[in-house]
Ligand binder design. Structure first.
Ligand code: UDP
Ligand code: MG
Length: 325
């Protein structure tokens, strides 16, 4: 029998939080009105996380897990979980208990009222650094303004998805997966619940600055063509400035006896300015071309080294579906 609910938790070096996460989530699992599978996705952890996942699976058959063959990143780990989740209702949450599992029953109530997507919106981030809060604040607003779809501000991946939505997400072929954006893109009835984001239960942040930055660029580039237009605007601006300079130089040459143009200062300034404009434009182009390259290669999104708890036949169909993609 397939479970009614799947809870997906991506895990990357979370040995300090796993047991506590399981304890808190299992309390919620016991309260649910149907069967639940807790699907843990090991994203190439290098600590004892996988061992602990195996142990939990032995102890509690509701715990199933996937293990990716290396660290593919949070978004891909969640994607793998979505591919394998069997529930009618799927909930995605972080391992570090920053997304309180106790909110799930409330999310389910909204699902019963007819919403297929319930996402959690953070009203406050408790004890996250000033830098992170500021950059996150600025990024979400920039994205909202630039993106083609309406991506709500301050929402992470903590959400509830109906099976219909999960099927649509699974059918999306793109390799650069910005799940929050895809989730907005699909449509359906969506609603938010608001919550205060707790501090991380234990351990260090696994989203390093580099990973967060890559995620941000990915979000912008995947959901907006405005940056491409930016190079056009910059180009136009440079053209205007150079036209003005030409006229100015011509004027000095023709009408002033002692031209103020001396040395190569002004030439250097123009060269630097144009060089900068060109490099920025090429960089922006490169972001998009890089993405096209990723898509064209058609590599699988991830490789699995271990799968446990799903029955054989189900595993086979999931694997075949991915190969056929
Ligand atoms: N995570 C992952 N792969 C990574 C980085 C993070 O699966 O490469 C998981 C991590 O274990 C956690 C979640 O993604 O469950 C969120 O990570 P973290 O709490 O470090 O980031 P935050 O969103 O709080 O900044
Ligand atoms: Mg966290």
């Amino acid at each position: 029998m397939l479970p009614k609910y799947s809870f997906l938790v991506p895990i990357y070096n979370e040995e300090e939080t796993i047991y506590e996460m399981y304890r808190r989530i299992s309390l919620v699992m016991n309260q649910m009105d149907g069967s639940v599978e807790l699907c843990l996705i090991n994203d190439g952890s290098r600590d004892r996380s996988l061992k602990m996942m195996r142990e939990l699976h032995q102890k509690d058959p509701r715990v199933v897990y996937l293990s990716l063959a290396r660290n593919f990143g949070h978004q891909i780990a969640v994607t793998a979980g979505l591919n394998f989740a069997r529930g009618q209702i799927v909930v995605i949450l972080d391992a570090d208990l920053q997304d309180p599992p106790e909110l799930i029953p409330e999310m389910v109530e909204l699902w019963q009222q007819g919403y297929q997507i319930v996402y959690a919106q953070r009203t406050k981030r408790l004890q996250e650094g000033l830098f992170k809060r500021f950059t996150a604040y600025a990024f979400y607003r920039l994205l909202k303004n630039l993106a083609d779809v309406d991506i709500p501000t301050d929402t992470g991946d903590f959400c509830l998805l109906d099976r219909k939505v999960v099927d649509v997400l699974n059918a999306m072929p793109e390799r650069n997966r910005y799940i929050r954006g895809l989730r907005s893109w699909v449509g359906f009835n969506q609603t938010a619940i608001r919550f205060e984001r707790d501090p991380r239960f234990a351990g260090d942040v696994k989203y390093t600055f580099r990973k967060s930055f890559a995620l941000a660029i990915n979000g912008l580039v995947s959901f907006s063509k405005v940056p491409l237009r930016l190079s056009t605007y910059l180009g136009l601006l440079a053209a205007l400035v150079s036209l003005f300079m030409c006229l100015l130089v011509l004027y000095w040459r023709l009408f002033t006896p002692h031209s103020p143009l001396t040395g190569i200062t002004i030439v250097l300034m123009i060269v630097f300015f144009l060089g900068a404009v060109q490099l920025v434009s090429i960089g922006i182009l490169g972001e998009y071309i890089g993405r096209i390259y990723e898509e064209v290669k058609q590599r699988p999104l991830y490789t699995l080294s271990e799968v446990a708890g799903f029955d054989e036949q189900y595993q086979e169909t999931q694997k075949q579906a991915r190969v056929a993609e």
